[in-house]
Design a protein around this ligand. Structure first.
Ligand code: NAP
Length: 515
């Protein structure tokens, strides 16, 4: 609902490092950020009062609008991010599917978590009153788009879809890395909002460059929660800003993860070569710019690990360098590689093909022993891009020690055979305390959007390990439970009314009840 009036900005083509001439964007001034937040506040009551089916149709209209944009959307995203067209088509499909998933979540109704404890007027020594619980929307949400998914984690991505589904207006801070894509999608969201006659402040997009706009958003009293995907430093800055408010608010920040891959001895003896090929493919996918990129691999010394390294080295040597999302992200990658490579104990063992352009990332593989890692834990900081470290362990005890000491992760992967199960059990028990997703005999890069997905994990993977930013449970971040005690039917939310007007599943006195 709000257009910028501040400093002018142009999008950048990361492949050429040239500005894209049209359109010219404007950063939001402080006055405009304030207006966007005030409009969101005004929109909150009418939006949360809409029928879930209205919000479902809103999300479906956004999905339809994204498809109707056709190649205009993917071509713009391609020029701004350097991501291949096929990847962007796939990402649009995922984004559309995500919006439709939340529409079905709204209609199915379990998100209300409608729960009843019937009155027990004759209970001794005290009667029990009629108690009913359901979840209500938190309030306007500020969302920061991620650089690395210009569609699926951006303007109409999972954070926005889950917040709108919950009935929360959204003020979205566009990422500098894909301004034109952001504006195209924002227009689709606003057109859908108008079509459903939703209030003007249901959705606003603001642009900023530097931290001012983001800081103002998170500090604004109208904002009641924050969704963020990006760097650890950025996430922590927003958490601090949210905690320093007169009314502190939750920040759901997804930050950094190195996604360890444990190659257990049986798996390495059985199929080291095929694991190595699949690992390298996962490592370089999307120039390594995935939060679930496998950044650390552990194996026990022996012929299996040798075979793995030989095949990984040969396969990586054929991998072309790829354009990264922004010159800044490329620069951070180069610095990360330099930081690792110059370390005395690190050995560079393989590289991909040399870059042909200034923002292209060459893939790299390093190795060191688990004892060296234990002595230099700083080496395990996330390097965002196609680089990984192989940690050579003397035995599976060292592998287990790593699993017990590594910090929180989005994912943990095990490659195993039947004979590895005893060791695997220890690794799973250690990693389920810190990872959002544990997977076996695969690679973590693909994140399915579904009911059981968890894209989360202990800090620093996220700021709140109890939730997920992908999958239908993501809606829970923007809801809170309210208990209604002895409240007459006329005053209860629809989800809790006696006649079940929404026709939803409800839990009554401990039993799940169909509509
Ligand atoms: P970023 O620097 O954290 O920025 C993300 C968003 O947060 C931007 O809109 C940025 O806007 C805002 N922001 C950052 N710091 C802020 C602060 N102190 N106050 C207010 N707003 C702030 O992330 P990025 O630009 O996407 O990439 C940089 C690095 O993040 C990458 O090199 C990579 O290491 C990491 N990254 C990680 C993931 C992941 O999923 N783990 C994904 C993407 C990137 P302004 O710049 O306008 O303030």
């Amino acid at each position: 609902a709000v257009r910028g009036e501040g400093r002018e900005l142009l999008a950048i083509n990361p492949g050429t490092r040239q500005a894209i001439d049209t359109p010219v964007f404007n950063c939001a001034t402080a006055v405009l950020v304030d207006r966007a937040c005030a409009l969101a506040e005004q929109a909150f009551d009418p939006l949360r009062a809409t029928a879930p089916d209205t919000r479902a149709r809103f999300l479906e209209a956004i999905a339809d609008g994204l498809l109707e944009l056709g190649s205009v959307l993917t071509e713009r995203a391609h020029s701004e991010t350097g991501l291949p067209m096929a990847r962007l088509e796939g990402e649009r499909g995922r984004t559309v599917g995500q919006l439709r998933l939340f529409a079905s979540v709204l209609r199915q109704g379990r998100w209300h978590n409608a729960t009843f404890d019937s009155a027990l007027p004759d209970r001794q020594p005290l009667p029990r009153p009629d108690l009913r619980m359901c979840r209500v929307a938190l309030g306007p949400v500020a969302i920061f788009g991620a650089s690395n998914f210009p569609l699926a984690f951006s303007v109409a991505g999972g954070d926005t879809a889950s917040a709108l589904a919950a009935g929360c207006p959204v003020v979205f801070k566009a990422h500098r890395a894909h301004l034109g894509t952001a504006e195209l999608v924002a227009r689709v969201v606003q057109a859908a909002s108008r079509r459903l006659a939703l209030p003007a402040g249901t959705f606003s997009l603001v642009i900023g460059d530097g931290n001012d706009v983001g800081q103002q958003l998170v500090s604004h009293p109208a904002i009641k929660a924050v969704g963020f995907t990006g760097s650890r430093a950025g996430g922590l800055a927003l958490i601090r800003a949210a905690a320093a408010r007169a009314e502190p608010i939750p920040v759901y920040a997804e930050m950094s993860s190195i996604n360890p891959v444990f190659l257990l001895p049986g798996a390495l003896s059985a199929r080291a070569g095929s694991i190595a090929t699949a690992f390298v493919d996962a490592l370089v996918m999307g120039a390594g710019q995935f939060c679930t990129n496998p950044g650390v691999v552990l194996g026990v010394e022996g012929p299996g690990l040798q075979a793995f390294l030989a095949q990984a080295t040969a396969h990586l040597a054929q991998k072309a360098a790829q354009t990264m999302l922004t010159p800044g992200i490329h620069c951070a990658y180069e610095q990360g590689i330099e930081r690792i490579a110059k370390h005395a104990e690190v050995e560079a063992i393989a590289s991909g093909l040399s870059p042909a352009g200034a923002t292209q990332a060459q893939a790299h593989l390093f190795q060191l022993t688990s004892a060296q890692v234990a002595a230099n834990p700083g080496l395990l900081e996330e390097v965002f891009g196609p680089a990984a470290i192989v940690i050579r362990c003397q035995d599976t005890t060292e592998m287990l020690a790593f699993a017990r000491s590594v910090e929180g992760q989005l994912t943990a992967t095990l490659h195993l055979e039947e004979e590895d199960l005893p060791v695997a059990r220890g690794v799973v028990q250690a990693m389920e305390k810190k990872a959002g997703r544990v997977l076996v005999n695969g690679f973590p890069t693909g994140v399915e959007v579904c009911d059981s997905m968890v894209h989360g994990g202990a800090y620093p993977a996220t700021s709140d390990s109890r939730t997920t930013s992908v999958g239908s449970s993501a809606i829970e971040r923007f809801l809170r439970p309210v208990c209604y005690q002895s409240v007459p039917d006329a005053l209860l939310p629809e989800a809790l009314k006696q006649g079940n007007p929404l026709g939803i599943w409800r839990q009554v006195d401990g039993q799940s009840r169909a509509p």
